[in-house]
Design a protein around this ligand. Structure first.
Ligand SMILES: Cc1ncc(COP(=O)(O)O)c(C=O)c1O
Length: 400
């Protein structure tokens, strides 16, 4: 560690008690290309210095001795994630991404041919596919619906009411996305959970409806404790907003329902039925076993401060767009119904053309790879207000 590293490390460390850092200092922990404005950092995380250092450390341990793993190698990521999401380490399985986690959960769900699974049109394609494959295997019905008329104006009451009307005694699982990457809408997980709890009141365990949440764009972007939102299962990649090593993710299962999820892949960690869901075999262990460094980084920044900064930047972007002519914002303006993703349209211009126009100015944004490919901006704590303003000016200059 050179003197500069030490000074930056010290500046960050002091944040545990007081906000003695600034966001520029945080950004310097990452190896972002300074020539680019990356407004899609949620796509695949850049790693801060201490995550890279932990990956290197674990790699050195395994390179030196690949037979005798130190016992805390595997327990540290689960313990760290548990403390971050407000759950217990033994209720967490480690997986390599959100998709694998969703696949394991839906395939493992004890599901009968006379039952159905409900997911949303706005859930990620791989989420819908995970549910479809599980339904196909047993001949159950998959229903793909939508819980609001328009994402920009959706309310918790509307979503709860539509869900209440959609549930039937045969509904075995409801899949939702905490923060939709298709619309930027933040789903009101607690309200959804309470509608499902009401429906479950007189149901036997084999008929209970489980709430499965794809939380990848809420984890480390929203200030909440995923294990206490009322979900039965919470799945999230840790390689997006959390800045964890690529190819890492988690599944949290409410211990009260774990017997409803069978294991579908051979596991290695038999501590509990949930830890046993972690696929066995050899993995990119230097990544899996370095996730706790990303959690520690975020805990020092502070979950609420991170969420507040993300909201500040996404609100700034939405306010900027709202001042332009001919723009439709599909994400709610209300911070309680959104997080770091903003989806929008330049009226009459395909999302892909908006992406290209900004790319020519070295501003990286994406389209949502969904039925309606809106242009999409993600504001991370690594972005700056100036970058957001540049993006607004670039959107204003899109040829119509
Ligand atoms: C809502 C949502 N779920 C799941 C995924 C897939 O994530 P992963 O690459 O961790 O499997 C994505 C991809 O960005 C996503 O936007």
């Amino acid at each position: 560690m050179d003197r500069r590293d030490f000074l930056i490390g010290t500046a960050l460390l002091t944040t545990s008690s007081a906000p003695a850092y600034d966001w520029d200092t945080v950004r310097r922990e990452f190896r972002l290309d300074p020539k680019l404005v990356n407004l899609g950092l949620f796509y695949l995380a850049s790693n801060p210095r201490e995550v890279r250092a932990e990956v290197d450390r674990v790699k050195r341990v395994l390179d030196a001795n690949s037979h005798d793993f130190p016992p805390d190698l595997s327990s540290r990521p689960r313990a760290a994630l548990a403390s971050y999401i407000g759950g217990a380490p033994n209720d967490i399985a480690l997986v390599s991404n959100t998709t694998t986690g969703l696949g394991l959960v839906y395939q493992g769900l004890r599901l009968r041919a006379d039952q159905e699974v409900l997911v949303n049109d706005q859930d990620h394609f791989w989420h819908q596919e995970a549910a479809r494959l599980a339904c196909d295997r047993v001949g159950a019905r998959l229903r793909v619906g939508t819980l609001f008329a328009s994402p920009a104006t959706a309310t918790p009451a509307e979503i709860a009411s539509r869900l209440r009307d959609s549930l039937t005694p045969a509904t075995r699982a409801v899949g939702i996305t905490w923060v939709q990457s298709s619309t930027g809408l933040r789903m009101p997980v607690r309200e959804v959970a309470s509608v499902i709890a009401e429906a479950n009141r007189d149901r036997a365990p084999a008929d209970r409806c489980l709430l499965i949440v794809d939380g990848v764009h809420g984890l480390a972007a929203v200030d909440d404790s995923p294990a206490s939102m009322g979900a039965d299962v919470f799945v999230a990649g840790t390689h997006k907003w959390l800045f964890g090593p690529r190819g890492t993710g988690m599944v949290w299962v409410n211990p009260a329902v774990v017997s409803e999820i069978r294991q579908v892949l051979p596991g290695a960690d038999r501590t509990t039925p949930t830890t046993y869901l972690s696929p066995g075999g050899f993995h990119a262990f230097e990544h899996t076993y370095a996730v706790h460094a990303a959690v520690a980084f975020h805990q020092r920044l502070g979950r609420s401060r991170v969420a507040a900064r993300i909201t500040e930047l996404s609100t700034r972007f939405k306010d900027g767009l709202a001042g332009l002519r001919g723009i439709t914002i599909h994400t709610p303006r209300d911070p309680a119904m959104s997080a770091g993703i903003t989806c929008f349209d330049v009226d009459g211009v395909p999302g892909s053309r908006v992406v290209e126009h900004l790319a020519a100015q070295r501003i990286q944004i994406t389209t949502a790879a969904y039925r309606i490919p809106y242009a999409r901006v993600g504001t991370s704590v690594l972005n700056t207000p100036e970058e957001v303003d540049r993006a607004v000016r670039a959107v204003a200059s899109v040829p119509r």
